[in-house]
Design a protein around this ligand. Sequence first.
Ligand code: GLN
Length: 234
Amino acid sequence: MTLSLKIAHLYGDLMNTYGDIGNIIALKYYGKQIGVEVTSEIVSLEENFKAEDYDIAVFGGGQDFEQSVVAKDLTNKKNEITKFIENNGNMIAICGGYQMLGHYYIDADGNKLPGIGALDHHTEQQDNHRFIGNVLIKNEETGQEYKGFENHQGITFTGKDERPLGDIINGNGNNGTDNFEGAIYKNTYCTYFHGPVLARNGNLAKRILFSALKQKYPNVDFTESENNLEIYQY
Ligand code: GLN
């Protein structure tokens, strides 16, 4: 039996800042190492997203203009994306994608773009300022460290049932004040890390890959593949 996973690349033609597509390449690469076929397809404007069709969803970052276009289309996908997240779907959302999963995003010009409110965060505007640079964080639960590069004007405040992806060791993260970077809710991982985050942090890619596999194939023992997977961190 060939094992396979299918990725939805949400708005991959519009929201793909700084090589966020590398997250998909990383998942395919690690899948191949253990004989799992990972495929992906872009689900963009006016296309149907059906939660049960996908094992993983990737939602990249974007500029304010693209986010304003996506915000309008998201009203049609809101229910299915929320269902995907609530049903423990595995998702990685970067920067603009992270912002759009929350209640709203105030862009650099002060426009309020509605998010889908699947997660309880919201994103305010900085006063003519961006956070740009390298970030290092540590995840409380696993003790794992993650590295990334942030470039955002929005400042995000997490809400109910969201844990940070990590506590800041260096850099700004969500808002530069509460010491949090990113958010975890169920199997949805949000972060400001471009870079792309899964290529730089094999430990996180591994976590998402095996979570998706165990969900799809509950009767398969993945211990050996998990032990053998050779991951990269840099
Ligand atoms: N446009 C958003 C901001 O500036 C997101 C940027 C991004 O995805 N890099 O905050």
